[in-house]
Design a protein around this ligand. Sequence first.
Ligand SMILES: [Zn+2]
Length: 404
Amino acid sequence: MWAELEPVGRSERSGGYRRFAWSRADQDLREWFAAESARRGLDLTEDRMGNQWAWWGDPDEAVRAGDPGVVTGSHLDSVPDGGAFDGPLGVVSAFSAVDALQDKGFRPQRPIGVVNFVDEEGARFGVACAGSRVITGAMTARRARGLTDADGTTMAEALRAAGRDPHEIGRDDETLARVGAFVELHVEQGRALVDLGEPVALGTDIWPHGRWRLDFPGEANHAGTTRLEDRHDAMLGFAGAVLAAREAATTHGCVATVGKVAVTPGGVNAIPSAVTGWLDARGASPRAVRRAVADVRSMVEQVGGVVTEESWTPSTPFDASLGARLRTLLGDVPVLGTGAGHDAGILANAGVPTAMLFVRNPTGVSHSPREHAELPDCLEGVAALTAVLEDLAGGRSPRAGGRA
Ligand SMILES: [Zn+2]
C-alpha cells in the first residue's frame, strides 16, 4: 500500500506532497481507497461531505441493534509540501489491521469501519477538518460552499469540478450514528516518544488553542528623509510583540508563534503606517496559554497596539473510559496530549467516544518532507490497532462506559 501511495501528489521540486482536497491527486487517492476497500470485501459508502467509509459488517443493522460500529482511519490529503505519514499512516494501518483480523479468521460482533476523511489539513480552503466539521454540523454547509482557495475557486466550484453536487453536502447524523467508537492512529507530531524509548502512545487530549490578531498603528513616511526621532514606525511595536510572545511562552510553559504578518504600505523605502500580525498560542494548560497571551497583550497595549481574539478552542479530551480500556489492553503505553488538531477531536466534540494512537516520529518533524516513522514502529502501531479493534469489535460495547 505504501509503495502505491508513494508517487501520488508528490512534488518533484520539493519532494513533499501536495494532496489538496478535490484535486487530481485527491481523486487518485479516493480511487485507491475504494480499490483497497473492494480488495478486502468491505462495503464502501460516502457520507454527505464525501468522506469515504469502508465497512466490514452492516453498520445500519448494528445501529438498529443499539450497538454501533468501531471505526478507525484518518485522512489522505496533505499540507503544501507535506510528509508521507501524516494521514496516510492511519489509513494504511487501518487496512493492515483489518487484514490481520481477516487473516486470523476474526468475525467482528460489531461492524468495523475504515474511514478516509476529506480535507483534513484545510490546505486548500483554509479550514482544517472540513470533512468532519461539515458532517457533525461544526461548520455549516453554506459556509463550506463559500470558502475559497488561493485561485479564488470556491469549495462549491471545486466540488462541482470533481463531479459532485455542492448542495448535497451537510450535517449527516445517519453516518455519525454508525460510529460507536472512533480510534485514529497518527504519526507523532512533535518529539516525545523517542526520549521515552517507546514506539506507540495513547492520545489523551487535544490542547486548547487560539488565534489573536495584533494591530499596530504608525505613520507612513520616507525611509530616507525622516529623522529617527520623528518616526512613528508600526514595525517596532510588532517586533517587540514577536519577542514578547516567545518570552511569555517560555515563562508560562506553552507554545506561541507569529507566522503571518501584513505590512502597510509594504514598501522597502516606506516607514510602515500599520502592521498586523497573527499570534497562535497553544499548550497543555489553558491557564498557561491565557497568561502568555495576557503578557503579550500588555506589551502590545503599551505601544498603542490592539489585540483581538479571533478564535479560542478549549481542550478536547478524548473519552476517558475508552482511553482507560485501551491503556489496559496495550499494557501501560505512554499517554500524550497533542497541540495539533485532528478529525478525532471534531468527532469527540460531537459526542463520539474517541481515542488516538501515536506512532513514534524520531525527529518530531511534521508537515514537512522530513516527517518520518521507522517501519518496525509502524508495524507496532498496526499491532496495537489490531488489538484495539479486536477488543472493541468483539467484546462489550465501547459506549458502555459512557462519555468522559
Ligand atoms: Zn493528520
